[in-house]
Design a protein around this ligand. Structure first.
Ligand code: MAN
Length: 523
């Protein structure tokens, strides 16, 4: 019986022959799937040590279709290890590393066909053709970068000019602000000066008004007292200078709850514990309680008179004979109050068209003008400050290493797809508007440059857009590449409410693009 390890050794030997025959065309013989840079790690005269150093195996175990190393480094040319890497040289085009699991899986991954070696001719070598096409494309791209760089230089020049102009304007604005602040201060001083004069002049009028108010109040007070005295005299039917319980009982207005009689409780309310009340006590204690009731009755009758006249008549018939007397008194009161209403109207009129003496009016006009001038001066300062902020914000923005993006700030570009019109205002915001109408939706405001290290200015991020329904705020990533003009190439929404814009602009063109590419290819 042949030992298992013996079979493995024979298999390995055959594979080595196969491996080195296949690789014989390249300069350095190496196992299948190994790159030139790693060739020295696979020496047929030595045992093979896995890249992670975990074990050393006979060289014949390399590419024997059995995974010995944890890192898959012993099987670069077979699909035995899940984590192995297969390298295709792709002579004539670009070399490529693919997961070794794709080796012999029936799909051509390498243009030289080396990943599918079990079925000869399954994957013909098309590297020359692909390489040629790629070289043409690369050449075109290099030319685009070169031509675009000319425009980029102009952008840089304009950008620097714009920024230095802005810096100058900012300096000027700072000066303007100082001047405007001085004017404001002066206007404020003038305003308070004139306002003090105005206040003094108006005080004369205020004092006069107060005096008038007091005079009227005094008249009112006297009228009220007279009314009280008259009523007292009327209710004091035996004219003995006292209002007794019997006299009160027949006056309907003392029937607070309108149940048809003045009961003990009501008597107590108006008279207190006493049996009668004299005029002075009546005026100080009873009259203030009776007056509101009279007014209330007047009010009630007045309010319901137009529509419910008939009901009133019925009610009136219902009342006792004193009611008629009361009504008479009330009517008198209404008559007495009539002039008051007119007075109020007059006062209102006076308020609306208050006239002052010529000098006071002149001072008021002067103060009005001073207030206006102060407000204007204040506004001027605010406007300058707002301009300063705008300039400062702009000067603080990162417009690229050479200010190549500076002139693009505020430039708006549109892109239409089937459903939406997208608008990118560079360094400001991104919006989306449905073609079926509706509100513009904010997809993000200027955030930051977000390209990878060494390529920071290739990606812009616009964040904090309108919140997505049941989700985060919308945001947009703008990927920038070189083009002869600044325009949007595509807008997509790869994830819900996360948008991706492809932007072309000469600002992204690189005059040393070609040199950089070739040095990169050499690596
Ligand atoms: C709107 C648009 C879409 C977005 C949905 C999310 O229809 O902004 O782009 O996906 O809202 O609800």
């Amino acid at each position: 019986m042949i030992h298992l390890s013996c079979i493995k050794q024979i298999q390995g030997f055959l594979l080595i022959i196969l491996t080195f025959v296949i690789s014989a065309s390249s300069d350095v013989p190496r196992p299948r799937g190994v790159s030139l840079t790693k060739a020295s790690l696979y020496s047929p005269t030595k045992d093979f040590t896995c890249f992670d150093g975990t074990s050393t195996i006979p060289f014949s175990y390399v590419n024997d279709d059995y995974c010995d190393c944890f890192d898959g480094s012993d099987e670069p040319g077979t699909s035995a290890c899940l984590n192995g890497v297969f390298h295709c040289t792709n002579a004539g085009h670009q070399s490529l590393n693919i997961p070794s699991s794709r080796v012999n899986d029936g799909v051509c991954d390498c243009c030289d066909g080396t990943d599918e070696y079990t079925v000869p001719d399954a994957c013909p070598n098309i590297c020359e053709q692909l390489g040629k096409e790629a070289r043409i494309k690369a050449q075109q791209l290099a030319e685009l970068h070169k031509a675009g760089s000319v425009v980029r230089m102009e952008l840089i020049e304009k950008g620097n000019k714009k920024r230095s102009e802005m810096a100058d304007q900012l300096t000027q604005l700072e000066k303007d602000k100082q001047e405007a602040l001085q004017i404001k201060q002066e206007k404020e001083r003038l305003k308070s000066e004139v306002e003090a004069k105005e206040n003094a002049a108006l005080q004369v009028y205020r004092d006069a008004e107060e005096k008038e108010r007091q005079r009227k109040a005094e008249i009112e007070k006297q009228q009220l007292e007279k009314e009280g005295r008259d009523l007292f005299a009327k209710y004091d039917s035996n004219q003995d200078g006292k209002l007794s319980v019997d006299e009160i009982k027949v006056v309907n207005v003392f029937d607070k709850n309108k149940d048809g009689e003045v009961d003990t409780e009501e008597l107590q309310y108006f008279l207190g514990e006493g049996e009668s009340v004299e005029v002075e006590e009546f005026l100080s204690k009873t009259w203030p309680l009776v007056k509101p009731l009279i007014m209330l009755e007047q009010g009630m009758f007045k309010a319901s008179e137009p529509e419910e006249a008939s009901e009133h008549e019925e009610e009136e018939e219902h009342f006792q004979h004193e009611e008629v007397d009361d009504m008479g008194a009330e009517e008198e009161n209404v008559d007495e109050e009539q002039p008051d209403v007119e007075e109020i109207e007059l006062e209102k009129d006076e308020d609306n068209s208050k006239t002052y003496d010529e000098e006071t009016q002149r001072i008021i006009d002067e103060a009005t003008e001073a207030r206006k001038q102060f407000t204007d001066a204040e506004r001027a300062v605010r406007e300058i400050e707002s301009n300063i902020r705008t300039y400062q914000e702009s000067l603080e923005k990162d417009y690229g290493l050479q200010q190549e993006y500076a002139t693009l700030d505020g430039q708006c570009l549109e892109y239409e797809d089937k459903e939406y019109i997208y608008k990118l205002c560079l360094f400001q915001k991104v919006t989306q508007k449905s073609k079926n109408g509706g509100m513009e939706v904010g997809l993000g405001n200027w955030g930051e440059w977000a390209g990878e290290e060494g390529n920071k200015y290739s990606v812009m991020k616009y964040t904090n857009g309108i919140a997505c329904w049941n989700g985060p705020n919308r945001m947009t990533t703008v990927e920038i590449s070189c083009g002869m003009e600044t325009k949007l190439m595509s807008v997509t929404e790869p994830f819900r409410c996360e948008y991706r814009i492809e932007l072309m602009t000469p600002a992204a063109c690189d005059e040393s693009y070609q040199a950089r590419q070739s040095s990169h290819d050499e690596l």
